[in-house]
Design a binder for this molecule. Structure first.
Ligand SMILES: Nc1ncnc2c1ncn2[C@@H]1O[C@H](COP(=O)(O)OP(=O)(O)OP(=O)(O)O)[C@@H](O)[C@H]1O
Ligand SMILES: [Mg+2]
Length: 252
């Protein structure tokens, strides 16, 4: 059975792409076959996997608009076991052209046909918005993980994700679940981190809190080299944290 995972949060810069790319590599290291689906016009997951956005004749935009079949948009990355559907700025025009069509949100899920069954994991990387592209990934996924910095103001963003999951689940995708919250830029010794962690446990239960990812400079540097943390700094705290997180996700 293929697992469909999205790391989503409307808040920008909370670690969605870093988590998508490094969990993908960690899952591949554990013997899984993984497809990363970059659904952000910023194409940060594409760049982080060492691919230049927009130079291919077919990418996520062509898939989602029906211009190219699935088999033409999946490419192998340099990482063994990790494939990618790349993104590019073309994708911006999908949001503008289609956002008035209610059923546009299901275009992505409908295009993920039997060609994806050979993957153990699909990992979506949505943009930092609550618009059509993020909704499309929620309509296609089963498990939502919310990477978030444990700050007071971010709780409203988490509440908004819960509402979005509820709405998408009611409209198109009853299988969708908020599976976990992943503390990012995490410093477990601060009082605020403890308070927010307690709050999350109170509202969502202990099982929803996944291992945190510490702030680690190697995680900031790796994408600039087109490398995952396991290639760029395999002994770093970032690599350790992402492997621990992945072990827990893979065990679900
Ligand atoms: N634990 C970490 N320690 C240090 N730097 C990190 C960490 N996690 C992410 N970063 C860096 O912080 C920035 C934002 O991270 P990332 O791109 O993963 O966030 P995002 O949620 O995908 O952003 P966007 O909302 O723009 O898509 C990047 O420069 C990334 O390299
Ligand atoms: Mg991102």
């Amino acid at each position: 059975m293929t697992r469909f995972i999205v790391f989503a949060n409307r808040k920008g810069g909370c670690g969605k792409t870093t988590t998508a790319v490094n969990v993908a590599h960690a899952l591949a290291k554990k013997g899984n076959s993984v497809l990363v689906i970059d659904t952000d016009p910023q194409a940060h997951a594409t760049i982080s996997l060492g691919i230049v956005p927009g130079i291919r004749s077919a990418d996520i935009f062509h898939l989602i608009t029906g211009k190219s079949p699935l088999k033409d948009v999946i490419i192998k990355t340099h990482i063994d076991g990790v494939s990618l559907i790349p993104s590019s700025r073309y994708l911006l025009s999908f949001e503008t052209e289609f956002s008035s069509q209610k059923e546009a949100a299901t275009r992505l899920s409908k295009r993920l046909t039997k060609g994806i069954r050979r993957f153990n994991y699909l990992i979506f990387d949505p943009p930092p918005t609550a618009g059509l592209l993020t909704i499309s990934t929620l309509a296609a996924a089963r498990e939502v993980y919310v990477p978030m910095q444990m700050h007071f103001l971010n709780l409203e963003g988490l509440a908004e994700m819960v509402r979005m999951i509820y709405d998408v689940s009611a409209a198109w995708n009853p299988d969708l679940r908020l599976t976990g919250i992943i503390p990012t830029f995490f410093n477990k010794n601060t009082r605020i981190a403890k308070e927010i962690t307690d709050d999350v446990i109170k509202h969502f239960g202990k099982e929803s809190l996944f291992p945190g990812i510490r702030m680690n400079i190697s995680l900031t540097e790796a994408p600039g080299h087109g490398k995952s943390i396991f290639e760029y700094a395999p002994g770093s705290a970032g690599a350790l944290d992402y492997m621990e997180l992945t072990d827990q996700i893979d065990a679900m």
